[in-house]
Design a protein around this ligand. Structure first.
Ligand code: HEM
Length: 130
């Protein structure tokens, strides 16, 4: 289960937490290894670093490291949608469950298939036996 965190909590935590694309990461162990230097990360501790992270043009490797540092997600009410500035920007994708069509749209599929199968059976019966 995903841990939900507020921006205030991230700010209070300060020892290495950072927000990128509405997810919270604990970069404390990674700070000394950062190829872009410790300073940039230390300045952003406790804050939203989405724009800085994306503007630096991080590679998929960096995104892979980032994924391993995830500790949770921001509360939905505190989400910020960023407009992608370049194609590399990892555009925020909503939870796939939210994109599922409502059950009422799905519920027609099964009766339609049953209806089509019944029509086919009638057609073959009429063609071969009548
Ligand atoms: C926990 C978050 C971060 C991770 C895991 C991370 C990881 C990395 C990695 C692996 C590289 C090497 C190049 C690459 O593979 O893209 C890199 C480079 C760099 N990063 Fe980050 N980074 C993070 C956050 C940030 C932030 C917030 C900024 C700026 C606000 C930043 C600025 C840079 C810069 C400027 C470089 C380029 C260094 C160079 O090529 O000389 N990084 N980062």
């Amino acid at each position: 289960m995903v841990r939900l965190i507020t921006r205030k909590e991230v700010e209070k935590h300060k020892n290495g937490w950072i927000i990128i694309h509405n997810s919270v990461y604990d970069m404390s162990k990674f700070i000394p290894e950062h190829p872009g230097g410790e300073e940039v990360l230390l300045e952003l501790e406790g804050f939203d670093a989405t724009e800085g992270f994306e503007d630096a043009g991080h590679t998929p490797d960096a995104r892979g490291i980032l994924a391993k540092l995830k500790v949770g997600e921001l509360e939905k009410t505190e989400h910020t949608e960023f407009e992608a500035k370049t194609e590399d920007w990892l555009v925020y994708t909503p939870d796939p469950k939210e994109e599922e069509p409502p059950a009422s749209e799905n519920s027609l599929t099964v009766p339609i298939i049953i209806g089509l199968v019944a029509i086919l059976i009638c057609f073959f019966y009429y063609y071969y036996f009548v």
